[in-house]
Design a protein around this ligand. Structure first.
Ligand SMILES: C[S@@+](CC[C@H](N)C(=O)[O-])C[C@H]1O[C@@H](n2cnc3c(N)ncnc32)[C@H](O)[C@@H]1O
Length: 327
């Protein structure tokens, strides 16, 4: 397929975001969330997604799940497969799928207790929860589902809602180390949203592991959306060649081979990543990796600096193994 690399803004913003429509939205604040790019993606979704010829959806790097939730609520998808290497994240998806009522009860208890505290009480509540969750990590069984998972998911969701910037960040030992966030009235539990997500997950297979394990679920009736960790943008961090998720340049190359392999199955595949040309116009890394496929560039607003919250407009690349038909 011929490559094209023109940059364009979405002319059509047909659909309003899920939340405005009363639909399920991501329950985790997650770095790299794709909510604001959905209109750009939607314009480029394969036509077979609309007419029901693609009824399986696979997302091998699920993160906060913005695109997954959008796709399964707007298109006639019969089953989905989601995957991520982050065990805490996958644990939370499993609990929402299997035990949403006890999860909501626990979170509602946390909400009530937290709301009744003054600032210093809230700070100590947060750090007690963080210490407890980190203390229980060693020896925690992330492979066998059990009742301990419900409490851990509640702790994670609580910390995600109340920590600084809603980040999920762990140190080299896997301990969650984000400080307290001092939000005025954080919404710790959103029962109706969790119930909607739970019902959508009932038709979803949830996998923990490397993206490659999703391969066996992909066939010619599948739409695959791939959103890997970004390749580090800044010139200085480039030399470390690892993203914060530990995803190396070799992994980006391995992923491009995976993309080519999926192409041979007849699946329709879309991938997004940040454009290295934002920093270095001569950096052709992704143009080279995906030269056999169609590539477009769109403008995206996102954090461009992990220190502080410097935001800016930069390009995102979208790679597709199919031609887009404008409707
Ligand atoms: C850019 S985020 C995805 C963001 C997501 N699309 C959203 O809207 O929130 C990338 C995700 O890839 C996961 N990840 C990192 N390495 C992975 C690997 N080798 N296989 C699968 N998932 C991986 C991270 O845990 C992270 O959740």
């Amino acid at each position: 397929m011929g490559g094209s690399s023109g940059i364009r803004r979405s002319p059509v913003r047909r659909r309003r975001c899920n939340q405005e429509n009363g639909l399920a939205v991501p329950f985790f604040k997650w770095a790299g969330g794709k909510n604001q790019l959905i209109p750009d993606f939607e314009e480029r979704f394969p036509v077979e997604l609309r007419n029901g010829h693609l009824d399986r959806y696979v997302e091998p790097f699920i993160g906060g799940g913005a695109v997954f939730l959008y796709v399964v609520q707007h298109f006639p998808i019969k089953e989905s497969i989601i995957c991520d290497i982050n065990e805490e994240l996958i644990l939370t998806y499993q609990v929402i799928k299997q035990d949403v009522d006890p999860l909501i009860s626990l979170l509602s208890g946390y909400q009530e207790e937290y709301d009744g505290l003054d600032d210093s009480g809230r700070t100590s509540f947060f750090y007690r929860m963080r210490d407890e969750m980190n203390g229980e990590r060693k020896g925690f069984d992330f492979s066998g589902y059990g009742t301990a998972w419900v409490k851990r998911a509640a702790q994670l969701l609580f910390l995600n809602r109340t920590c600084f910037n809603g980040l999920f960040r762990v140190n080299s030992k896997g301990a969650f180390n984000v400080p307290f966030g001092r939000y005025k009235n954080p919404r710790i539990v959103h029962p109706s949203n969790l119930l909607k997500v739970s019902s959508l997950l009932s038709h979803t297979t949830i996998l923990l592991g490397d993206f490659s394990i999703s391969r066996e679920y992909i066939n010619d009736q599948t739409f695959v959306y791939i959103d890997p960790p970004y390749r580090p943008l800044s010139k200085t961090s480039k030399f470390t060649s690892y993203s914060r998720d530990g995803f190396s340049e070799d992994d980006q190359v391995r992923l491009s081979r995976f993309f080519s392999e999926l192409d041979t199955t007849g699946a329709k595949v879309m991938l997004s990543n940040s454009d290295p040309k934002n920093e270095d116009p001569d950096d052709h890394f992704f143009d080279d990796l995906y030269r056999e496929f169609r590539m477009e560039r769109v403008l995206a607003k996102r954090m461009i600096n992990s220190v502080g919250d410097k935001r800016g407009e930069i390009n995102e690349i979208i790679v597709m193994n199919y031609h887009v038909q404008n409707l």
